[in-house]
Design a protein around this ligand. Structure first.
Ligand code: SAH
Length: 212
């Protein structure tokens, strides 16, 4: 029912330069965003904007999900950690990118959102993404180290546990700021950390021990 809208959105994201790779294009064509938003907002699922998902939180705009997926250079088989599961949509896209041999762990501080996100993933037949409830500003110790970690909320800085839980040559993508943020891509190379600014963005705040 939403296929035409989905195709149109993907076409626009390509024209606008947000989707660059075939892999990200395929993931966006496959994952039904309407299954990750409340019933009352389904008709707006293919607008390129954030939408309310309850508890004052939002599902990110599709172009932001695309920017982050392209920047992280995700490949099949990787183990990935997301901070801020929200609706589970971004995790679903990443789960598609890492394929059956990979896995996405995503952590959410609101238990009800975490339950809803896991249910959204189940409904859409995604079996390689697991939602945990807890304070993601401390990362997720039990499955570390990760190939990639990305944060979908605004962080005051770069939480040390996230660096510690990255593999060597792993990458961390994190919006740093209060609401208006700079999206930073951090690469861990042994003891060294390389950091690149990817531009401005807006996110709800990361709270918790290493949050606001
Ligand atoms: N990735 C989501 C968008 C998430 S919005 C999606 O695709 O829908 C950011 C989410 O981060 C919110 O749900 C918020 O509750 C959560 N959050 C904020 N601080 C957190 C923390 N310390 N640990 C875990 N989740 C957190």
């Amino acid at each position: 029912m939403f296929e035409l809208e989905r195709e149109r959105l993907v076409k626009n994201l390509i024209i606008e330069g947000y989707i660059k790779s075939e892999e990200v294009e395929k993931a966006f064509l496959k994952i039904p965003r309407e299954a990750f938003v409340p019933d009352s907002l389904k008709m707006r699922a293919y607008m390129d904007t954030p939408l309310e998902i309850g508890y004052g939180q939002t599902i990110s705009a599709p172009h932001m999900v695309a920017i982050m997926c392209e920047a992280l250079d995700i490949t099949e088989g990787q183990k990935i950690l997301e901070i801020g599961a929200g609706s589970g949509y971004h995790a679903a896209i990443v789960a598609h990118l890492v394929g059956e041999k990979g896995h996405v762990f995503t952590i959410e501080r609101f238990e009800n959102l975490a339950k809803q996100a896991q249910e959204n993933l189940r409904k859409t037949d995604i079996t390689n993404a697991t939602v945990e409830t807890g304070d993601g500003s401390e990362g997720l110790e039990k499955n570390q180290p990760y190939d990639r970690i990305y944060v979908t909320c605004a962080s005051p800085g770069i939480p040390q546990p996230l660096i510690d839980q990255l593999k060597d040559y792993g990458k961390l993508l994190i919006p740093v700021g209060r609401m208006y943020c700079e999206l930073k891509l951090i690469e861990k190379k042994g003891e060294k950390i390389a950091s690149k600014n990817l531009g401005g963005c807006v996110f709800v705040p990361l709270v918790g021990k290493h949050g606001h």
